[in-house]
Design a protein around this ligand. Structure first.
Ligand SMILES: [Zn+2]
Ligand SMILES: [Zn+2]
Length: 472
């Protein structure tokens, strides 16, 4: 579907309040906002059919697998495996079980803080792996303790189930954990609250929001767990304990990074359904949207004009006109707007701004068209500056427009005697007589007058060459 206001632009956003679909340029992006706003009614708007816009997670397996090889993740894995190696040796040489437990927990805490930062970062749309030093301080939310408490709760539940319903109950319980784990981890990673993560309403809510693809997610998570146990199964247990520890911990970290990257991406893909915010700036980067405020202002003006909200449109056009690059487009739209709304004095004000554009020479043809439109309302109009006149004079390439040329040039010398651009405008006039009218006599006399009155300046070289050519 295309944007209602821009024919060739895909509509990514929909305002339920106005029932209008917008392109990314048409919506209002605020830094750190959870969602863009509708510029017509100012309510937060939602994404149109997510799967249509964001690449679905089941198509991104190769991205997830490549994630641990990104520079940030690689540096973390190196740091983590060295830590595993050192701690493994310490556990081996220190015979005290309590110290061994503390060392194991330390390593666990490092991994937990890293993978949860992978999750929340990816969920916000940032697909670059974090560096390990960015995550050492991450555990401020006490994620390690929460994960441990989570495991203890799940373990105790399992013990309870085994004692009441035996082995069959345990198999069903394990299957249920495998099924609900992605939802639990996503909620824990995003809300940082164990109580929400274990709240059955939240668990079911997450699954319902994602819908059928949740089963694919469970399948992928199982696949990653299977790969993990498959890979660690190859480790020769005859090796010394610290080496086994080091290798198995490294493999574990590798696969958990993939899993948490995938969980994070699922949140990103379903952020509207799940109710999590995505950094809109990040979204714009991922979707290759130019965040140029002037271009956005022009797009917003289109919306307001079509909705007959002319004051808002005018504000946007003034905003866009602040950049020289977009001035021509912005002010010509502003002129048309004031013509359409029959606001003549504002129109003349916009015309003045339009012709004051220092880069108007890049838009000669447009400037001529705009000039004609202004004259339909104000037949006596002519730009009140030399540069604007110069751009127009250069557009006159037809004998029939002689009176136009005269009107644009007749008062130049008396009105703008000290304008540095004046000689250029006079030279353009001379060229009309020579090139268009083939009236060399008038051209020659005007040219000599020009060189006598203004012997210095940018126009001199060209004028002298023209003079030589005429005298031959
Ligand atoms: Zn649009
Ligand atoms: Zn709206």
């Amino acid at each position: 579907m295309d944007c209602k206001y821009h024919d060739n632009k895909k509509a990514n956003w929909h305002c339920t309040n106005c029932d209008i679909s917008f392109c990314m340029d048409c919506v209002e992006l605020e830094t750190r906002a959870v969602a863009p706003r509708c510029i017509l009614c100012r309510t937060h708007i939602s994404r149109l059919t997510i799967s249509d816009q964001v690449e679905p997670f089941w198509n991104r397996l190769n991205h997830f697998n490549a994630y641990p090889f990104q520079a940030g993740a690689k540096s973390f894995l190196i740091f983590y495996s060295i830590a595993a190696l050192v701690l493994g040796f310490l556990i081996d040489v220190i015979p005290l079980p309590l110290i061994g437990l503390v060392l194991r927990l330390t390593l666990f805490a490092i991994l937990v803080s890293y993978v949860f930062s992978v999750l929340s970062r990816t969920a916000k749309g940032n697909f670059a792996a974090p560096k390990y030093d960015q995550t050492i301080t991450y555990d401020s939310d006490g994620m390690t303790v929460k994960v441990i408490v989570l495991f203890i709760i799940l373990f105790l539940l399992g013990v309870g189930i085994v004692s009441s319903s035996g082995g069959t109950g345990l198999v069903i319980y394990q299957a249920a954990i495998a099924f609900f784990m992605p939802s639990i981890l996503v909620t824990l990673g995003m809300s940082k609250h164990l109580s929400s993560a274990l709240n059955p309403r939240h668990m079911i809510g997450t699954i319902v929001s994602i819908g059928f693809p949740y089963l694919i997610l469970v399948g992928f998570a199982a696949l990653i767990n299977f790969s993990l146990s498959f890979a660690t199964g190859f480790i020769d247990t005859w090796l010394p304990d610290p080496i086994v520890y080091f290798v198995s911990k490294t493999i574990e970290a590798f696969f958990y990074i993939i899993l948490f990257n995938m969980l994070g991406y699922v949140v990103y893909q379903y952020h509207a359904e799940l109710g999590y915010g995505v950094d809109v700036e990040q979204l714009a980067t991922n979707e290759n949207i130019q965040m140029k405020p002037e271009l956005r202002a022009l797009a917003h003006a289109d919306v307001y004009i079509q909705e007959a909200r002319y004051d808002d449109a005018r504000d946007q056009l003034y905003k866009a006109g602040q950049s020289v690059k977009h001035q021509e487009e912005a002010y010509s739209k502003l002129i048309k707007l004031h013509i359409a709304t029959k606001n003549d004095s504002e129109m003349l004000n916009a015309a003045r701004l339009y012709f004051e554009n220092p880069e108007l020479h890049l838009y000669g043809f447009n400037a001529w068209q705009t000039y004609q439109q202004i004259k339909k309302i104000e037949p006596r109009y002519r730009p009140a500056n030399v540069n604007g006149r110069l751009v127009l004079i250069k557009q006159i390439r037809n004998k029939a427009l002689r009176s136009e040329l005269i009107y644009l040039t007749e008062d130049l010398e008396q009105k703008f005697a000290h304008d540095p651009v004046l000689p250029e405008a006079l030279l353009a006039e001379v060229k009309f007589y020579i090139d268009v009218e083939h009236d060399d006599a008038t051209g020659l006399s005007k040219l000599q007058g020009l060189l006598d009155n203004y012997p210095k300046g940018k126009h001199r070289l060209e004028s002298e060459e023209l003079l030589k050519a005429l005298q031959h």
